[in-house]
Design a protein around this ligand. Sequence first.
Ligand SMILES: Nc1nc2c(ncn2[C@@H]2O[C@H](COP(=O)(O)OP(=O)(O)OP(=O)(O)O)[C@@H](O)[C@H]2O)c(=O)[nH]1
Ligand SMILES: [Mg+2]
Length: 187
Amino acid sequence: MPTILRAKCIVAGDSGVGKSSVCQVFHSDSAHFPKSYTMTTGVELLVKPVNIPDSRDQVELYLYDSAGKEIFSENVTKFWEQPSLVMVVYDVTEETSFSSCVKWLERVRAMKPDTNIPGVVLANKIDLDQRRVVSPKEGKDLAMQHGLEYFECSAKEMQNVDTPFFYMAHEFHKLYQEQLQVFQSLT
Ligand SMILES: Nc1nc2c(ncn2[C@@H]2O[C@H](COP(=O)(O)OP(=O)(O)OP(=O)(O)O)[C@@H](O)[C@H]2O)c(=O)[nH]1
Ligand SMILES: [Mg+2]
């Protein structure tokens, strides 16, 4: 029987790193990169189904594209209860956006203490290679330290944007199957 699973994914990171751009490119199947910057002031919800290969199951990703500006933080965290997945985004040309990732991860994890929330560290704006200041190794190390997977992309060039979302959908599906097996072994 096909199953539809719903996963709440918090997309967090400093203002301007490209969270909304990444989400909108993925949501529109690479049809839409927002040309002008519109600051997110709360949480914008985007829903996108992902089919899981070799199964008839589907994971619906509920993307909580969250404001990065600190002034909106209260407006944001009130929507973050019970997260299933986390995507923390930084801009490879902005060192401070990289060092902020730990803060964003801690904030998301505080919503579900004692639980390991799967997810990704996403390095965006790799098209700006000349201005890059955060190396892939630094990104990978951060992801590993926090039990997350590392990806890099360019929302502007629509390069590698889908991969981190597909990864999260698959991880969520894997967890569901593991839980199902435990449940079936008990009944
Ligand atoms: N060069 C380049 N610019 C990008 C890329 N992704 C986003 N941008 C630009 O970066 C700026 C900020 O993008 P947003 O997606 O609005 O950033 P955000 O993280 O949602 O910002 P807040 O809503 O303020 O938290 C915009 O001017 C985008 O056009 C990218 O991959 N490469
Ligand atoms: Mg935004």
